[in-house]
Design a protein around this ligand. Structure first.
Ligand code: MRU
Length: 358
């Protein structure tokens, strides 16, 4: 199951509407850059790698539907589309990473005809999507070494096939361990307020036949303290050069509780989510979302708070690197000092991608 695909008929970017899960599996066709941007903003498609691939196809879509007859006109359209797409959500590194990769690919061929640019951008977007699947499987192989037979692990948010192009990051590690025959049991943080854990991760685990229970976010400390949890696995939207991690709100509290109970805390992330331009997590922009997501029950829209109450809704938090036991990437499992190991991993990730050597 690919979460994001290119449909030549149309043309369109096709994605699963994650807002409707687990009730309905509906694919939607996004036919304009504005529709792509809105689907990302409203979280029809979500998860850092899926956002990156969707934005890449979105820029290819801008080129495909552009009426430009010369290269200057095409560049103008691409710059406008790129600005619209990159403003969709601020925290996921993959969004700007993917757009930048397409833009620099196009710049290297700046003298080519609009049609050549259309082909080239689509090829690069497709390559980002294909690579993502291979990268996830590579992370799965490295990360599964950290899971023993009969382990119970805690997982936060959704990092599975839905959050990527296919297979998943942290959930991909759990899948690989399961496919290797290890009996792995998952405690699924429900992940307030958008319930990515309860709605999406549990739905995926059910499909893969992986035993699991959903727990409320505030129950994680209780289970960690009972000594029954072997490890926590989470993804990331952006990792700073020093290993500070921006991930779904609640990740920091989970990491604190894990450390207090000497439970390893693993972050599984492609090197495309590592932002070496930021020296620490304090520089990462944290998205503030509509307070209505906290005040109303997801999907039903039913109020769960007094009409006059206000809410604060940061979508992500920063987990300091000192709470991160290891970072699993497509080039291996990284330990401290993260400033050195992450910089080397980004280089190796780029070399691997250039050689298409997974
Ligand atoms: O707001 P979301 O649902 O897009 O947040 C997603 C996460 O926080 C994921 O953990 C992260 O993007 C990694 S997904 C492989």
């Amino acid at each position: 199951m690919r979460t994001v695909t290119w449909e030549a008929e149309g043309p369109a970017v096709r994605t699963i509407d994650q807002r409707l899960l687990p009730g309905e599996v509906v694919r939607i066709d996004l036919r304009t850059v504005e529709q792509v941007s809105e689907a990302i903003r409203d979280m029809a498609v979500r998860g850092a790698p899926a956002i990156g691939a969707t934005a890449a196809f979105g820029l290819a879509l801008a080129a495909a539907v552009s009426e430009a007859t010369d290269t200057d006109m095409m560049w103008n359209d691409l710059e406008l589309a790129s600005a619209t797409l990159s403003a969709s959500r601020p925290t996921a590194s993959n969004l700007t990473w993917a757009l930048e990769r397409l833009r620099s690919r196009a710049k290297a061929a700046a003298d080519q005809s609009p049609n050549a640019l259309r082909r080239l951008l689509l090829q690069e977007a497709q390559r980002i999507a294909d690579e993502d699947v291979e990268i996830n499987k590579a992370m799965g192989r490295f990360g599964a070494e950290l899971i023993q037979d009969s382990d119970t692990v805690i997982h936060h948010c959704n990092t599975g096939a839905l959050a990527t192009v296919d297979y998943g990051t942290a959930l991909g590690v759990i899948r690989t361990a399961h496919e290797q025959g290890k009996r792995v049991h998952v405690l699924v943080d429900e992940t307030r307020p958008r319930l990515q854990g309860a709605r999406l991760t549990a739905w995926e685990l059910d499909q893969y036949g992986i035993p699991h229970e959903i727990i409320s976010d505030n129950a994680a400390g209780y289970f960690l303290n009972r000594g029954k949890v072997a490890a926590c696995f989470v993804g990331a939207d952006r990792v700073a050069a020093n290993g500070d991690v921006a991930n779904k709100i609640g990740t920091y509290m989970l990491a604190l509780a894990a450390q207090d109970n000497q439970v390893p805390f693993y972050v599984v992330v492609p090197t495309s989510s590592v932002d070496l331009s930021l020296s620490s997590g304090t520089e990462i922009t944290i998205e503030e979302r509509d307070p209505g997501e906290v005040l109303n029950l997801e999907q039903e829209g039913r109020a769960i708070a007094p009409a006059n109450s206000k809410a604060l809704n940061p979508a992500f938090d920063i987990t300091p690197n000192r709470l991160v036991t290891a970072i699993v990437t497509e080039v291996g499992v990284l330990k401290r000092p993260y400033t050195e190991t992450l910089a080397a991993a980004v280089q190796r990730g780029q070399a691997k991608a250039a050689a298409m050597n997974w």
